[in-house]
Design a protein around this ligand. Sequence first.
Ligand SMILES: O=P(O)(O)OC[C@@H](O)[C@@H](O)c1c[nH]c2ccccc12
Length: 263
Amino acid sequence: MSVLDRIVDDTRDEVKRRKKELPIKELKKQIERRSDGARPFSEALTRPGVSLIAEHKRRSPSAGFIREGSEVKEVVQAYERGGAAALSILTEPFHFAGSLDDLREARTAARLPILRKDFIVHRYQLYEAAAAGADAILLIVAALDVKDLSELLHEARELDLDALVEVHNEEELEAALEIEADVLGINNRNLSDFSVDIERTYELLADIPAGKTVVSESGFRTRDQLDELERVGVDAVLIGETLMRAPDIEAAVRDLTGFAELT
Ligand SMILES: O=P(O)(O)OC[C@@H](O)[C@@H](O)c1c[nH]c2ccccc12
């Protein structure tokens, strides 16, 4: 069984448990009560230059603990000050040590739009995301069949959530285009064996029609790499590990975004 399959199985069990604990109709009430408006996620990615989606990730199956006991507030405020365009908050509990509380905390600590980074397999999770204050959700094509993918994408739109639809190969890209995803994520990391190859982005980019918003995900470290993405027309980049490991997070973000410090 691949790691992805295991995470998806764990997620299905966890969703069953949570649905009993807090029924979807309660989440709907919470969503109605939300007073603060949605923050535009996909718009934030299409500004000039490569937009940075900065990710909060305490641990990962490939790297183990990255920043143990990380304080969300501290990290996301450094991301915002450094010039990130949006936040990605890992909420998966068992393999990434994240939670929806992390997302809620990010929401109050910073003003940037937020992506709920998780393994979405059930509509319940969309309602959870909206209730916790997410502006966007991740849909991983490798984890879903086309019918579920399409239903989740449409239901997300009804909830005013943007969807980042993640692909890793041609076949997955075709599925994402078939369901008319607007925001496509090319994951350079293979979720079955964790190997990372940034070339993946350049290979798949050639088959993406004009008008789509493209995000390149995983494995980035330097400004030069981002310049190259900008040159070929990629809209945004998603970076986690490099930033979470940085001793001075704000400075690391500035180095990548070229965002000048105000004096
Ligand atoms: O930490 P990195 O190499 O900068 O990668 C970030 C992000 O792309 C990665 O965390 C990711 C991409 N797709 C995912 C799906 C689930 C969990 C995590 C991910």
